[in-house]
Design a protein around this ligand. Structure first.
Ligand SMILES: [Zn+2]
Length: 61
């Protein structure tokens, strides 16, 4: 299991947090690509949305 977090960079609102690895694209699509908290557009640009994969080692990639 690799817990994953997806966070709005603008307001730090947590869009997703869970044990399942999800596609960030799908998660932001569920929010209509807009942050429900600050109404900023959500894109997969790391400046907009922070995706964290919590891993024990970083050997992959
Ligand atoms: Zn936000």
């Amino acid at each position: 299991m690799m817990p994953q977090k997806i966070i709005c960079r603008s307001c730090k609102h947590m869009l997703y947090c869970g044990d399942e690895l999800v596609n960030p694209e799908e998660v932001i699509s569920k929010y209509n690509r807009v942050c429900p908290e600050c109404s900023k557009p959500l894109t997969l640009n790391p400046e907009r949305v922070e995706v964290k994969k919590i891993q024990n080692n970083e050997s992959s990639k």
